[in-house]
Design a binder for this molecule. Structure first.
Ligand code: TTP
Ligand code: MG
Ligand code: MG
Length: 405
């Protein structure tokens, strides 16, 4: 964290008066570092995939539309229109359950290519206002508009203008959140959906944070949430009672971030060049299989899909991860790093075939197969050619096993 860095920086100059001042300032009050003069906006589309389907087929307007990754027996809900949400249907729910909850639902398969085109249309609108745009998903982006191309001083006015532009150009609605850091802007964006426009100002932070359920703090996933709840920490008010040292000891770096977040501090900056960590695709098979040929067929398809995904983003990666989920729901990954950056499906496939030999495929029933690529280079030229041979060279071979419920 910056606080610690600043202290370490001071120690380098030990002995000077300046250093002593630095340490005194940095150590006890983190509040010294709160920046409240930034203007950050989060825009998040409302029921994105479902709204696009309703837009493109007006018969679906006002109806419970449920968009799924696939309509097969193991399909999963990508999103549901607000009409369908009234039945309890939501993202990541198995399709069979959604059908049970909402028999009159209209079930559709995703049209990712269409959603991507709209996403880039929307991004172009953002870029008219600022270059500091960090997309975090197809339907969501952070914008730093502290200084903006239109010279609009009110971030609320600017966000409202963006919502209107998005609606004018795509006939879709978005919600927006405005605040002085990324965490609070994101929180604001979800407060009045759909078509919401919400600002969190610095005088609202204390009471808002005190009442915020612990699971809503950035970085608190299911595991951390249950750890907190076991300690009796249910809300921000409870979180505030824990010291910086306690949180650091209990959760490491994220713990230090929780200490700051609950005090309205989030020093992350909007980074338009932030590289994706990994891009991958996985498929749940129609039925569990011990047939290696069937797995290879799927790996070939996945390799081509992942090549396309990388090409859309203009990325080249050099770490290939094979993921398998066995019939007993245990997941494993096998990983290999290559010498060269690539976006070539043939290399992905050959690497995955090599990695498959280090699994129980063929012996144990396999339920799900996935390939992911990571270790991206922003540009292929940034890496000097290491060898003339295109052959693959394993520099790491890592195994991670996890049991999923
Ligand atoms: P979200 O912004 O989380 O949801 P949403 O836009 O559908 O609805 P909301 O109005 O609450 O923002 O996700 C954006 C899209 O990403 C969503 O339309 C479908 C896709 N998605 C999945 O495919 N799987 C998921 O588990 C989630 C959460 C989203
Ligand atoms: Mg959304
Ligand atoms: Mg979203």
């Amino acid at each position: 964290m910056k606080k610690t860095d600043s202290m370490n920086g001071g120690v380098e100059f030990a002995g000077s008066t300046k250093t002593e001042n630095k340490i005194e300032l940095a150590a006890p009050t983190v509040e010294t570092f709160v920046t409240t003069d930034r203007k950050i906006i989060v825009v998040d589309m409302d029921a994105y995939f479902a709204s696009v389907e309703q837009r493109d087929n007006p018969d679906l307007k006002g109806k419970p539309v449920i968009v799924c990754e696939s309509l097969g027996s193991r399909g999963v809900v990508s999103t549901a229109s607000y009409e369908a949400r009234k039945f309890g249907v939501h993202s990541a729910m198995p399709l069979w359950k959604a059908r049970q909850l909402c028999p009159e639902g209209i079930f559709l398969e995703v049209r990712i290519d269409v959603y991507k085109i709209i996403s880039s249309q929307i991004k172009n609108i953002y870029l008219e206002y600022t270059d500091l745009v960090e997309p975090v998903a197809l339907d969501e982006a952070y914008l730093d508009v502290t200084v903006n191309k239109k010279g609009i001083s009110s971030a609320i006015d600017l966000a409202g203008e963006i919502q209107s532009r998005i609606f004018f150009e795509t006939k879709l609605t978005a919600s927006a959140g405005v605040s002085f850091n990324m965490f609070l802007a994101k929180l604001a964006s979800g407060m009045h959906k759909p078509s919401g426009l919400t600002e969190i100002t610095k005088d609202q932070v204390d009471s808002l944070m005190d009442n915020l359920p612990i699971g809503e703090f950035y970085g608190v996933g299911e595991v951390t949430e249950s750890k907190f709840r076991n300690m009796g920490v249910e809300t921000g008010a409870d979180l505030k009672k824990l010291s910086f040292d306690d949180l650091s000891r209990l959760f490491g770096k994220p713990g230090r971030s929780f200490y700051n977040l609950v005090r309205g501090i989030d020093e992350r900056v909007v980074d338009p060049n932030k590289l994706r960590k990994s891009i991958g695709k996985e498929i749940t098979l129609q039925a569990d299989t011990e047939n290696v040929e069937e797995i290879l067929d799927n790996l070939a398809t996945l390799s081509t899909d992942v090549e396309k995904l990388l090409q859309v983003e203009g990325l080249y990666g050099r770490t290939i991860t094979l993921k398998l989920k066995y019939g007993n729901f245990s997941s494993i990954t096998r990983q290999q790093a290559l010498k060269e950056f690539t976006d070539d499906a043939v290399i992905f496939f050959n690497t995955a075939v090599g990695l498959l030999k280090k699994t129980r495929a063929g012996e144990w029933p396999v339920r799900l197969v996935g390939i992911a690529v990571s270790g991206f280079a922003p540009l292929p030229e940034s890496e000097p050619a290491v060898s003339e041979s295109p052959s693959l060279s394993a520099t790491t071979n890592m195994e991670v096993a996890q049991i999923t419920a």
